[in-house]
Design a binder for this molecule. Structure first.
Ligand code: AMP
Length: 208
């Protein structure tokens, strides 16, 4: 199963992916996590991506397409692969179709007031990438690995506004792109994350 997760930043793509990895054994490939890791290493890709990621704009298509196609070359998983945050433009979706046609696209729609509240309290583990929120978690270390928690620079309010605008203009058209392919399904991202896993499993059954 090759799954594409769509939705604005903060919709819950990362959290759903984490649960699907844990419960079903999916492989999670997050374009944003990979870019942050390249930036941390100071690699060529990281250096090229830095100013785009920090300002909440999309890195150029050719850069992200090359990076993701390279990653997909080396990856396989019996249960399935989750592509989280890729594609984010129609040009990326077309490039992906040529490499590995997705079986299923799931759009997580979440009202923007919930997204803004979520992102302003979102914390990530520096070590394992686990996602927390100050609304429901009051420690400053990760309960899974003890790693230090931090707020992403691009989760600060001024950058979030830009990321939502970029989503509307460049990524939202993907909903129609996958609808036209007949593989689009919807999840309501304002629901509890455990409920979403259950709903996802039902969708997955239809595509087996
Ligand atoms: P995310 O962790 O998915 O919120 O992504 C963080 C940032 O990485 C985005 O705001 C973009 O700057 C960059 N990014 C992630 N995925 C893509 C993509 N598919 N195309 C272009 N830029 C991306």
């Amino acid at each position: 199963m090759k799954l594409v997760l769509l939705g604005p930043p903060g919709a819950g793509k990362g959290t759903l992916s984490g649960n699907l990895v844990k419960e079903l054994g999916f492989l999670h490939l997050s374009a944003g996590d990979m870019l942050r890791s390249e930036m941390k290493k100071g690699s060529e890709i990281g250096k090229k991506a830095k100013s785009f990621v920090e300002s909440g704009t999309l890195v150029p298509d050719d850069l992200i397409i090359d990076m993701m196609i390279n990653v997909l070359d080396g990856e396989d998983n019996k249960v399935g692969i989750i592509l989280d945050g890729f594609p984010r433009t129609v040009a990326q979706a077309e490039a992906l179709d040529k490499k590995m046609k997705p079986d299923l696209a799931v759009n997580i729609s979440t009202p923007y007031d919930i997204i803004i509240k979520r992102l302003s309290g979102r914390l990530l583990c520096k070590n394992c990438g686990a996602i927390y929120n100050t609304m429901s978690y009051d420690k400053d270390t990760c309960e899974k690995c003890g790693g230090e928690l931090y707020q992403r620079d691009d989760d600060k309010p001024e950058t979030v506004a830009n990321r939502l605008k970029v989503y509307e203009e460049q990524s939202k058209p993907l909903i129609d792109y996958y609808k036209n392919q007949g593989i689009l399904n919807e999840l309501d991202g304002s629901k509890d994350s455990k409920v979403l896993v259950g709903e996802f499993k039902k969708i997955m059954e239809m595509y087996k």
